[in-house]
Design a protein around this ligand. Structure first.
Ligand code: AMP
Ligand code: ZN
Length: 468
């Protein structure tokens, strides 16, 4: 398999460090709110990478963190007057629900920053001992000048960045030796969670957690490090500096970065009002459709989210599911007879399609091409199946179609019927939307329920629902 490595800016043949095994580290979300649909892109893309490597026979150790101590979490906790852990635990649970609905498998380990503090302190101590870090007034900084290869991943011109040195120093950081130096440990502030350390009470810098967790759960060298492209600089550059300086060895072999998801060709932002959470989108579309929509593009291409494009993905997925239903029924009815000469030819064509699918996935996870191969299989199925088809031929098509979909994390059977508790939840969310005068969202929820054959009736005693 070839993987585009951000480090070399080339596609490279994937060779694992340990034969038959792959360690993947994906930077996870900061859990201060529901995840938005942009956050869903790396989750879906790298879950697909994991599924494909597993299909190829690798044992995959997939590690993805939850950043559960951060300014935004602390701010929200203070607003609600609760402990930061109440906020992070609440949203970890919500993120896990969204992941499950998108068919994103749980990681082998989902470490949390707050549970790894002793390891982080230890790594800082190593960096201080080796001359890669220094302390000023309770803050410990990484000394970037000491790490000669700083900038190798982002290919940035550091002299240019340094000439803007002053601009890089934010208030309170005048004490830094260099504008590019970054925080490893910061002293405690009033109303913030803190831990004791050799440099006084405080909390770790964000970049450090990934260096420590990947070391602990995968090893000093990891095979694939992944995340969104905004993380290349400074986050991943800083992770490399910390890990390579502390461990004295290469940090990650392959760096994979997904391009951004935009909405109606604009950057997603709260102020533009084009910011959607996965949860909101789930009221409009089954998340299976969103997964399929995302995989219709190559992960390194920017992707535009619009109702039109999602509708197109929904129709495409519908064609695949209908074909699967058809082959399932055909298999049940088919006679247990010898395969015909024609069928044996079509079975060879099916094998060729599998090879082309694999070639697409081997080419830097080209899911867009892999999906077009699935459509070719659907076409073959639609044009060759009839009452005279043998059970063996139907069975072959069915198994192959299911497998090619499942590698992408697509379930071939139609969405399961909504459970009563799902219906109650959607009704509750619709009531909330109406209270907030968000009638569009309320309508979306009503329509989504209607699609599932659930009609709502507003009565004096509240909202009633019935199956139609
Ligand atoms: P954050 O919680 O901001 O650290 O983001 C979690 C992950 O989502 C990171 O890998 C980000 O790069 C990724 N991400 C954030 N916004 C987008 C977007 N609009 N499109 C694609 N990926 C994104
Ligand atoms: Zn990270």
């Amino acid at each position: 398999m070839k993987i585009y490595n951000t480090m070399s800016r080339q596609k490279e043949e994937f060779v694992p460090i340990r034969e038959g095994k792959v360690g993947i580290y994906v930077c996870g979300p900061t859990v201060y709110d529901y995840i938005h649909i942009g956050n869903a892109r790396p989750m879906i893309v790298f879950d697909t990478l994991r599924r494909y490597l597993t299909y190829k026979g690798y044992e995959v150790n997939y590690v993805s963190n939850f950043t559960d101590v951060d300014d935004k979490i602390i701010r929200r906790a203070n607003e609600e007057g609760v402990d930061a852990s109440v906020i992070s635990e609440r949203f970890i649970a919500e993120v896990k629900k969204d992941m499950a609905a998108m068919n994103v498998q749980e990681a082998t380990v989902h470490p949390k920053a707050t549970e790894e503090i002793p390891d982080m302190i230890q790594m800082i101590e190593t960096l201080v001992e080796k001359g890669y870090a220094y302390e000023v007034n309770g803050t410990v900084y990484f000394r970037t000048r000491q790490f000669k290869e700083y900038g190798k991943l982002s290919h940035k011109n550091l002299d240019d960045l340094r000439s803007g040195n002053r601009a890089l120093k934010v208030t309170g950081e005048e004490e830094k030796e260099d504008g590019l130096d970054f925080v490893l440990w910061k002293p405690k502030k009033e109303g913030e969670p803190f831990w004791d350390s050799p440099w006084g009470a405080g909390r770790p810098g964000w970049h450090l957690e990934c260096s420590c967790m990947s070391k602990k759960y995968i090893g000093d060298i990891i095979d694939i490090h992944a995340g969104g492209e905004d993380l290349i600089f400074p986050h991943h550059e800083n992770e490399i500096a910390q890990s390579e300086a502390a461990n004295g060895t290469e940090f990650a072999r392959y760096w994979m970065h997904n391009a951004f998801l935009k909405i109606n060709n604009e950057k997603m932002s709260k102020s533009l009002g084009n910011f959607f959470t996965v949860r909101e989108i789930s009221e409009k579309y089954p998340l299976q459709v969103i997964r399929f929509f995302m995989l219709n593009a190559h992960y390194r291409s920017p992707l535009n989210f619009s109702d039109e494009l999602v509708e197109a993905a929904k129709n495409g997925l519908e064609r695949i599911l209908t074909a699967y239903e058809r082959v399932q029924e055909a298999e049940e009815k088919a006679a247990d007879k010898e395969i015909s000469a024609k069928e044996s030819e079509w079975m060879e064509r099916t094998d060729e399609l599998v090879k082309r699918y694999e070639a697409a996935m081997d080419d830097d996870l080209n899911t867009a091409d892999a999906i077009s191969v699935i459509f070719e299989l659907v076409k073959l199925l639609n044009t060759t199946l009839d009452e005279s088809s043998s059970k063996a031929y139907c069975g072959k098509l069915k198994t192959v179609l299911r497998q090619l979909c499942e590698i992408l994390g697509m379930e071939v059977t139609r969405e399961k019927e909504l459970l009563n508790e799902d219906i109650e939840r959607l009704i509750e969310e619709r009531q909330q939307a109406r209270k907030q005068k968000d009638f569009q969202r309320a309508d979306d929820i009503r329509n989504r329920l209607l699609e599932q054959g659930i009609a709502l009736e507003d009565t004096r005693e509240g909202v009633k629902w019935k199956k139609i």
